[in-house]
Design a protein around this ligand. Structure first.
Ligand code: SF4
Length: 225
């Protein structure tokens, strides 16, 4: 399904009205803490990550701090987080790489960031946009679900394809804000299990919402995202 320009604008307006102040909910005070927080957030809620980092970031402030302890100690410090053993290993590898290759400073480009242990494209996109103000569209589980439900991407598109499509559909200057707004929209409104279709301002252009609400679908001429 191809959405018309006016429908894309409706989506932008709805996100802006519903979540004008959407932001990165992972608490951090510098790019290094953000990288650690995003790394920890894989398959874990932001609430749990914030709970753990509240004490973690008091104890560890630099890459050297994370490398000064045994891996078992770091595992113990993050054991409330899913996949904590692997994440602890990645954190120490990442800190080692930062010191060896980047003078202990988190790099500001996606290309450099993805060379770090535990940092994939999504994490890199979050870091460059949130910490360095570089336009980027990080596609997490919420963005992917919302994009597919609204017909911004096809149901079988992979994450990279979704990212490419939303970047093409939305103005670059809005990518960072829209990324946060789509996460809020998915997290608090268009939830995975019980989306708020009955009160959704985008129901009239959402095929999934109409199906869920038992509203007959009208055929549209423009097709193929
Ligand atoms: Fe999500 Fe329902 Fe709104 Fe569609 S109508 S965007 S499925 S909440």
């Amino acid at each position: 399904m191809t959405l018309k320009k006016s429908q894309i604008n409706e989506i932008i307006d709805a996100f802006q009205i519903m979540f004008p102040d959407a932001f990165c909910e992972l608490k951090h005070s510098n790019p290094f803490e953000l990288v650690i927080a995003v790394l920890l957030s894989a398959q874990c809620t932001d609430v749990m990550v914030n709970k753990v980092t509240a004490t973690l970031f008091q104890k560890y402030k630099t890459p050297e701090d994370y490398l000064a302890v045994e891996i078992e100690t770091l595992m113990e410090d993050i054991k409330q987080i899913g996949l904590f053993r692997n994440k602890a290993k990645h954190i120490q590898q990442l800190c080692h790489q930062l010191l060896q290759n980047y003078d202990g400073v988190v790099p500001s480009t996606r290309e450099e960031l993805v060379t770090l242990a535990g940092v994939g494209r999504k994490t890199a996109n979050v870091v460059i946009s949130t910490a360095f103000g570089v336009p980027a569209f990080a596609v997490d589980t919420h963005v992917e679900r919302v994009a597919k439900r609204l017909g911004l991407a096809k149901i079988d598109d992979d994450v990279m394809r979704v990212e490419t499509k939303v970047m093409k559909l939305f103005p670059e200057s809005m990518w960072t804000a829209l990324h946060h707004q789509m996460i809020f929209f998915g997290r608090y409104h268009c939830k995975a299990q019980k989306p708020g279709c009955d009160v959704c301002p985008l129901l009239h252009l959402c095929k999934e919402g109409k199906q869920r609400m038992g509203i007959p679908l009208r055929k549209r001429k423009n097709v193929q995202p």
